[in-house]
Write a protein that binds this ligand. Structure first.
Ligand code: ZN
Length: 160
């Protein structure tokens, strides 16, 4: 079966950065299931997988604009320390959930000053070129329920 919109695709993947360091991998776990054409995965990867078949192995390079976006300096902001809860341990590199006009995001503390903290609201992979090793394990039709939910159920998908 060929990958096209509304098919369920199961892939094993390893994601590396431009230094060859592994950022994420499905190795040793069940494959990742996604619903093709629903932007469950980054668009640069989804577009290359279109028209491929189960059993194929691919190396895919995804530029930042087709991945997690361009790094935006304006998304680095200075926040008063008092905005953080009392128990919050302020540490460079610490990640926390933050509410932004674009929704809930994971932000990262970049620098700690006297009264303020420099917080980076960019996605941690923003500005990065992504190197994927992909193996397509299975391609199947989606159920009506999966299409309604916009994601995969069962192996590699949502367990609910
Ligand atoms: Zn669901």
């Amino acid at each position: 079966m060929t990958i096209k919109n509304d098919k369920v695709v199961l892939i094993h993947y390893t994601l590396k950065d431009d230094k060859g360091e592994t950022i994420d991998s499905s190795e040793g776990q069940e494959p990742l299931g996604y619903l093709h054409g629903k932007k469950n995965i980054v668009v640069g990867l989804e577009s290359v997988l279109d028209g491929q078949k189960a059993g194929q192995k691919l190396n895919v390079i995804v530029k930042p604009e087709d991945g997690y976006g361009i790094y935006d300096e304006k998304m680095k902001q200075e926040v008063e320390k008092s905005k953080f809860g009392k128990e919050a341990e302020l540490q460079v590199g610490a990640r926390f959930q933050a509410e932004t006009p674009q929704g809930v995001t994971i932000a990262c503390i970049k620098e700690i000053k006297d009264k303020t903290v420099i917080v980076d609201f960019n996605h941690e992979l923003a500005g990065k070129t992504l190197y994927f090793d992909i193996e397509i394990m299975d391609v199947r039709d989606a159920s009506a329920e999966e299409l309604e939910h916009g994601h995969v159920h069962g192996t590699g998908g949502h367990k609910h």
